[in-house]
Structures are given as structure tokens and as C-alpha cells.
Design a protein around this ligand. Structure first.
Ligand SMILES: [Zn+2]
Ligand SMILES: [Zn+2]
Length: 232
């Protein structure tokens, strides 16, 4: 009934297929397109979750030569197609309501056993500009559903970096260096789940893990919606 009423009030064209989105839950993306979002089932790096072309899952070269401080990173799908479109609507077009269906997707990942959930923070300037932190919205839903406390005032972004989009791996690493700080000790000896929307080169979550480990975190598990395919 409510869905019917909402449909009448807000019938929106799906930005992907141009049909009318009948389901308010995923609108403006129609349910047909939404159902096309699929879990990545191929081989991946056992540490950073990078999709691999190999037959089986192994540790990738990057993780061997420069092991990250997080235990592992896992994503739901590849950063492509409908999921890429949905993340972009959510993040850059203020379609905040997509945080709910997107975090439901995230919950399909095998959740690590943790004590606290933390989002990758935005710098306060960027937060003011965008009005919300997409990772914090995802983390809030996930934390609530798995009944684990959400901590948003511990890890902070102290450097207003230029967006990582469009930068190459080396530049990303340099850009994000010293961008984060840990403000309180609540993470000491705790197992953490660090949530972000997209894992591209991993530079951001690697840097976050560095300061979290330094501040005494026990284990860090990274969970993201989508993993870049390496085309950056
Ligand atoms: Zn559609
Ligand atoms: Zn790796």
C-alpha cells in the first residue's frame, strides 16, 4: 500500500534503462536493473580482495611486496555496471536513500567478527560540501543490522586531500599520506571493521589501517561495496 502510494507520488525513470522504477526501495534504479547487481565469485587476492585472472585465489604481488596492515578486505561486487551507477547516484547526486539497499547488499558479504564498526571519514570541508559521508551512512546500517557499536569520532581526516578519482596508484598513495588521525583510545585492542564504498587501489584503507594499528587496534577488516577492476 505504502509502496503504491509512494510510486504514485514519485514515479521516477530508472537512470540505467529509462523504464519507470516501480520499487521505491531501490528507486530511482528499477528492480530489474537492481537485480542485475551480482556478487563477485571469481578468484581474488586473499588479502586485499583484488579480483584476479588466475584459476584460484592467491596473494597478489602488491600484498606480497607491501603487506597492508589490515587483515583482509572484501567487496560485494566489481565496480562496474549497475553498482557503479548506483554508487555514483548515492554519492554525487545526493540520492541518500540508496544507502539502505546498498548496505543490504554489503551485508551479503561474509561479515568478519569484530568489536567495532568504523567508516572511512571525510574531511570536514568535504562533509560540509556533500552534506553527508556516504561511508558513514553505509556503516550505520551495517552496524545496526549486525548489532555492533558504530564509532564515528575516533578516526578523523585531518588533511583535505584532492579526490582520489583520476589519480594513479602512486599519486593516490602520496595524496592520502598523513591524511588521518586517531582521536581517542576506544579502539585499543579491538577488532575493527572499516567501511568504505569503493576499494580502488586500497591507498585510503591502507593509510587508515596504519594510524589505527599505531593507535593500538588489534585486527582490521575492510568491507566495501565494490572493488575496482584495476582500470585506474
Ligand atoms: Zn532500470
Ligand atoms: Zn592483494
Amino acid at each position: 500500500m505504502i509502496n503504491k502510494l509512494l510510486r504514485l507520488l514519485f514515479s521516477e525513470k530508472c537512470p540505467i534503462c529509462a523504464r519507470i522504477a516501480q520499487n521505491h526501495y531501490t528507486a530511482p534504479v528499477c528492480s530489474g536493473c537492481w537485480e542485475g547487481i551480482s556478487l563477485y565469485r571469481g578468484a581474488l587476492c586473499e588479502v586485499c580482495g583484488r579480483p584476479l585472472a588466475s584459476e584460484e585465489s592467491i596473494t597478489c604481488g602488491d600484498c606480497i611486496s607491501d603487506a597492508p596492515l589490515f587483515k583482509n578486505a572484501r567487496s560485494f561486487g566489481l565496480y562496474d555496471g549497475v553498482i557503479k551507477e548506483a554508487i555514483s547516484l548515492f554519492k554525487y547526486h545526493c540520492t541518500k536513500r540508496l544507502s539502505k539497499p546498498l548496505s543490504d547488499i554489503m551485508l551479503k558479504i561474509k561479515m568478519p567478527e569484530v568489536d567495532l564498526v568504523l567508516p572511512v571519514p571525510l574531511h570536514k570541508k568535504r562533509l560540509r560540501h556533500r552534506g553527508f559521508n556516504q561511508s558513514a551512512l553505509l556503516a550505520r546500517h551495517v552496524a545496526k543490522r549486525i548489532s555492533i557499536p558504530l564509532i564515528t569520532d575516533c578516526l578523523v581526516r585531518v588533511k583535505d586531500t584532492v579526490p582520489q578519482v583520476g589519480l594513479h596508484a602512486k599519486e593516490r598513495k602520496k595524496n592520502i599520506k598523513n591524511a588521518f588521525e586517531v582521536r581517542n583510545k576506544c579502539i585499543e585492542a579491538k577488532r575493527l571493521m572499516l567501511i568504505d564504498d569503493v576499494f580502488t587501489t586500497g591507498a585510503t584503507v591502507r593509510e587508515c589501517s596504519k594510524v589505527l594499528k599505531k593507535a593500538g587496534a588489534k585486527d582490521i577488516y575492510v568491507v566495501t561495496l565494490a572493488h575496482g577492476k584495476g582500470d585506474f
